[in-house]
Design a protein around this ligand. Sequence first.
Ligand SMILES: Nc1ncnc2c1ncn2[C@@H]1O[C@H](COP(=O)(O)OP(=O)(O)OP(=O)(O)O)[C@@H](O)[C@H]1O
Length: 243
Amino acid sequence: MSNLSTAPGGDRVASGRSPLVVCTKMTVSVGSGGTRTTPLRGLDLEVGTGEVVAVRGPSGSGKSTLLGVLSGDLEPDSGQVTVGGASPPEARRDPGVGFVYQDFRLVEFLTALENVAMALEILGHRSTEAVERSRAELSLLGVEDIADRLPGEMSGGQQQRVAIARTVACEPALILADEPTAALDRTTAGHVVDTFLEAARRHGSAVVLATHDPLVSAVAETVLDLQDGHLVNDLVAMHGSGR
Ligand SMILES: Nc1ncnc2c1ncn2[C@@H]1O[C@H](COP(=O)(O)OP(=O)(O)OP(=O)(O)O)[C@@H](O)[C@H]1O
C-alpha cells in the first residue's frame, strides 16, 4: 500500500512512489444550460505508477466524470490535471492512457480479435505480432473462443472482457475503467480484477477503477470515496485491514 497523506483541500494524495496522475484543486462541470452541474469541486488526487485505485461513490457522485477528465474526454473548469507531466489529451499518446468505457465502445464491424489487434497496430505493432498478442490477451480473459465474433454476437460480459483485453494489451501507463465488473459473474469478475493487478505489477500501469463492486474494492491497493465533489480516504484501506 502506498503512503497516504492529506492534501490542503482534504483530499487524499499518494506519496512514496513517483506520481503519474496529479490533480490539484480540480473543478469539473458537465451538461449545459439548466442541466449543468458540478460533480467535482476542488478535488486533489495523486496516483502513483503501478498503483491500483478503486473510486467508490453513490450513483451520480462523479466517478465517470473523474475518469472523463483523466482520459481527456472532459476539460476541467479550473485546477490542474496531468498524466506523466502531460495534459490528458496529450497523455493519450505519450505515456499512454487506455479507457475501458462503461458501454465498451468496441468497433461493431470488427471481430473481438480485430478489435484488440487494431489498437495494437495503431500503436505501431506489426500485424502478425498484434494478432499473436491479441490472442494471448483474449485467452487470459477467457474469451479466446469468441475471437472471431462481432460485438453484436457477444454477450455484455464478453464485450466487456474484449474491451478490457484491448486496453490492457496496449500496456498504457494509465488504465481507466468504468464499472469494469458490472456485467460479470463473480468468478469472471475475479479474473478481470487479476488482469488489472497484473497490468500494474508487470507493466507498472497505474489503474483507476470506478466501481460499486465490493470485490474490486477488496483487492485494490487504495480505496477512495467520492463525497461532495472530493475524494475521501477509505480508513479501512488506509490501515490495511484485510484489503
Ligand atoms: N452530459 C451530462 N449532462 C448533464 N448532467 C450530467 C451529464 N453527465 C453527467 N451528469 C451529471 O453529473 C453527475 C455525475 O455523473 P457521473 O456519471 O460522473 O456519476 P457516477 O458516479 O459515475 O454515476 P454512476 O455510478 O451512476 O455511473 C450526475 O449528477 C449526473 O446526472
